[in-house]
Each structure stands twice: as structure tokens, then as C-alpha cells.
Design a protein around this ligand. Structure first.
Ligand SMILES: Cc1cc2nc3c(=O)[nH]c(=O)nc-3n(C[C@H](O)[C@H](O)[C@H](O)COP(=O)(O)OP(=O)(O)OC[C@H]3O[C@@H](n4cnc5c(N)ncnc54)[C@H](O)[C@@H]3O)c2cc1C
Length: 385
């Protein structure tokens, strides 16, 4: 990170100027951090590629052709926060490089999410890696091209964003094929021996039973051979084949290039209790941070608020306070407009000491309405309300 030591000099906050913080990424985590810092009177600059925010929970709707991508990618309009509509090229504890120049700040909060591994599926049209709004766009045409046969939803590796969501995608696909009388079988493969194993047995039992009712076949402990996948073939590393006419692949996730040097052996960046990384002054939050929680919006929002709180303590603008543990709500579509909700709370603190309290609700049509209200909330958020 060139310039890091030189920039550190700018960090001593003079009593005559208001402190400034740069936040990179306008996902759930970055927005939560930026809004909390704004409310404390900090000068916040939010670096957001193209000046837009994306709503990832809309990804499955786009894959199924039930909503357009533009619905879930909207321009930021935030009162009191300067939006820098450009990609961050590098980050340090005291600044961000944008368009070749280092911009200094008293602290930097990096929330770039995770990157989908490119090329994890071959270009022969039988498979596609799709787990964000941009990649979801090409899926409806591919699904429409399979009148009969097998559509596979393939989880390439762990961790991935929103653990129950691929099950929702598979159930909605199977339910749709059933209602159209199409001869399409839906198979979901996961490397896990039991779905969502880290959360205990109940969520996985629920997903297995619901998938069976929807007509989805589940292949457990199926770690796909990533080489074969690159050539459009679905095959487990142990040699088990799966003849699929189309593979919708949740690709392996890797760290943002901004954080590559800080990431652990997997895609996540180790952080301390206040989300500070090994680079002093650089906070890493959201999906990119190595926390014991699933990659979900509730965890991202809580990490944004917690990092902002830590920054305020460092700048002498807030007293030290306990950081709240998150509540995570993941919504799973079952088809025919019915959704269920997996709610996780951590009353005894974070794992591994604290066990999650898991509440499964639904499926019901009311939960679809609740899911939709999450989208309305995000639209307010990207307007800074
Ligand atoms: C299919 C799917 C369904 C989901 N459903 C749910 C759900 O029901 N419930 C739930 O709680 N969670 C759900 N999630 C997970 C949730 O969306 C993520 O956990 C959350 O969005 C993570 O927030 P984040 O801010 O860390 O990252 P992101 O939301 O990925 O945001 C990162 C932002 O940073 C930007 N960025 C990246 N690099 C740069 C750069 N160099 N410069 C500037 N900007 C940059 C990106 O463009 C992006 O806008 C789902 C995710 C997916 C994929």
C-alpha cells in the first residue's frame, strides 16, 4: 500500500477541523457505517463505484425473471454525505487511492463485499456463475432454454452469501416447473453434509423437508470439481457425476482486490472486536470481514454500526460502549408467493461460545410482504433516511 506511512501523518485530528472518514462500498455495511458517522457530525465521503447501491436480496427475483436488475441497483442520494462515484483503487489506514491520487482521512472503513470467482463455469452455455444482480441478468434466458431435463443449483464452496438463498432459488424453480407441467427436475448440490451445518440441525432439517415437498432433490457432501465446472460439467470431486442441462452456480467467493493482502486463508479479512484490521485505522466490515456470523445483511449492518462506534471512540467523540450483537433475517422463497424466514439471534454473545437462537417461521404469504418491506427500507437507506 504505497503512501500509507506518509498518510498516517494526516490522522492527528486538529481541534480546528472536523474529522473525516472515508467509507468504501455502498452495500448494507457501508451505508450503515456512513449514516452512523454522519449522525455524529463527522465529514463522511462514501466511495461507491458508479455512485450506485445494489440490493443483493433481489438477486433471486432477477434470476427468475420476476424483476428487472435496475429495480435493485439505484443511484445514491444521501444528504450530508459526499458520494465519490468512482472505484477505490487501494485502501490504507489513512486514505483511499482514487483515480491515481491518495485521498487522506482520519480513518477508513472498507465494505467492498465479496467478489465472485470468475471463470468458475465454462462459457459453453450449460452453466453460469450467478450470485449478484449483474450476473443474475443472464439467467432468465438460460432457464427459458430448458424445456425439459435437469436444472442444477450448485454451491461451489463455503462461505457464500446468504446460506439459505440457494434453497429458495431451487424451490421456486421446482414449483414453477411443476405448475407449468414441464419435465424439468431441479437438483441442488452443496459441499455441506447437512444444510447450514454451522447453525445446528434445525434450519437444515427445515430446508431439507421444504425442498423435498417442493420436489427439489438435494445432494449433500457434494464438493464440485471446479476444473470440470469450468468446462460446463457438474461432477463431485469424489467422481460422482450429475448430468445437468443447466447449472446455476453459486461461485466461490474471493476477497476484493482492495483487501487481498489482509485476507486470511479464505476470502475473509480477520478483524478485531471493533472491526479494525491488521492495518491500524483500516476497518473492514460486512461480508468481507471474518466474523463468526453468516454472510447476511443483518450482520453487515451491525458491523457497520459497530465499526462507526469504534471510530467515534478513537476520535474522542463517543464513550466506549458495548457493541450490540446482530439479528439476522434470511428470507427463503418456496414458490407461489410464499416465503419463510430464518431468524438468528445471539443472546449469549458471538459464536463459538454463544450459540445462535434460531427461529423458523412460515412459509406464508405474509412473509413475502415482510421481505418486500426490507426492500422498501433499503430504498429509504440509499436516500440516507
Ligand atoms: C442471492 C442473495 C440473497 C440474499 N438474501 C438475503 C436475505 O434474505 N437476508 C439477508 O440478511 N441477507 C441476504 N443476502 C446477503 C446480503 O445481501 C449481504 O450479506 C450484504 O449485502 C452484505 O453487505 P456488504 O455491504 O458487506 O456487501 P455488498 O452488499 O456486496 O456491498 C458492497 C458494495 O461495495 C461496492 N464496491 C466493491 N468494491 C468497490 C470499490 N473498489 N470501490 C467502490 N465500491 C466498491 C460494490 O459495488 C457494492 O455496492 C443475500 C445475498 C445474495 C447474494
Amino acid at each position: 500500500m504505497p503512501g500509507a506511512s506518509q498518510l498516517r501523518d494526516h490522522r492527528a485530528v486538529s481541534p480546528h477541523r472536523s474529522p473525516s472518514v472515508l467509507v468504501v462500498g455502498a452495500g448494507e455495511a457501508g451505508l450503515a457505517a456512513a449514516l452512523r458517522l454522519r449522525s455524529a457530525g463527522i465529514r463522511v465521503r462514501l466511495v461507491a463505484d458508479q455512485g450506485r447501491a445494489s440490493y443483493l436480496p433481489g438477486t433471486v427475483d432477477v434470476m427468475l425473471g420476476e424483476a428487472g436488475a435496475t429495480r435493485f441497483q439505484q443511484r445514491l442520494a444521501l444528504d450530508g454525505i459526499e458520494v465519490v462515484a468512482a472505484p477505490a483503487e487501494a485502501v490504507s489506514g489513512s486514505g483511499v487511492r482514487i483515480d491515481g491520487s491518495w485521498v487522506a482521512a482520519d480513518a477508513v472503513v472498507a465494505a467492498p463485499g465479496l467478489i465472485l470467482e470468475p471463470g468458475s463455469v465454462g462459457p459453453n452455455g450449460r452453466g453460469v456463475g450467478c450470485w449478484d444482480i449483474a450476473t443474475a441478468r443472464e439467467v432468465p434466458a438460460l432457464i427459458a432454454g430448458v424445456a425439459k431435463g435437469v436444472v442444477a443449483v450448485v454451491i461451489a464452496s463455503l462461505p457464500y452469501r446468504c446460506p439459505p438463498a440457494p434453497y429458495g432459488l431451487a424451490m421456486r424453480l421446482a414449483q414453477r416447473a411443476r405448475s407449468r407441467g414441464a419435465g424439468v427436475r431441479v437438483v441442488l448440490t452443496t459441499p455441506e453434509p447437512h444444510p447450514l451445518a454451522a447453525l445446528g440441525s434445525a434450519p437444515g432439517d427445515f430446508l431439507l423437508a421444504a425442498s423435498a415437498r417442493a420436489g427439489v432433490e438435494i445432494r449433500l457432501s457434494f464438493s464440485p470439481d471446479l476444473q470440470a465446472l469450468r468446462h460446463g460439467q457438474v461432477m463431485a470431486a469424489d467422481g460422482r457425476p450429475l448430468a445437468a442441462d443447466l447449472a446455476l452456480v453459486v461461485p466461490s467467493h474471493r476477497p476484493s482486490p482492495l483487501l487481498e493482502e489482509l485476507a486470511g486463508p479464505g476470502p475473509l479479512v480477520p478483524v478485531g472486536a471493533g472491526f479494525e484490521s491488521a492495518e491500524p485505522g483500516l476497518f473492514v466490515i460486512g461480508d468481507a470481514a471474518a466474523t463468526p456470523y453468516p454472510r447476511a445483511a443483518g450482520a453487515a449492518t451491525a458491523s457497520g454500526a459497530a465499526a462507526a462506534e469504534t471510530v467515534l471512540v478513537r476520535l474522542g467523540l463517543a464513550p466506549v460502549s458495548a457493541l450490540p450483537s446482530p439479528q439476522l433475517d434470511c428470507y427463503v422463497g418456496h414458490g407461489s408467493g410464499r416465503f419463510s424466514r430464518l431468524r438468528l439471534r445471539y443472546p449469549d454473545g458471538p459464536p463459538p461460545e454463544g450459540r445462535p437462537e434460531v427461529e423458523v417461521s412460515g412459509p406464508s404469504e405474509e412473509l413475502r410482504t415482510e421481505f418486500a418491506s426490507g426492500f422498501r427500507h433499503w430504498r429509504q437507506l440509499r436516500r440516507g433516511r
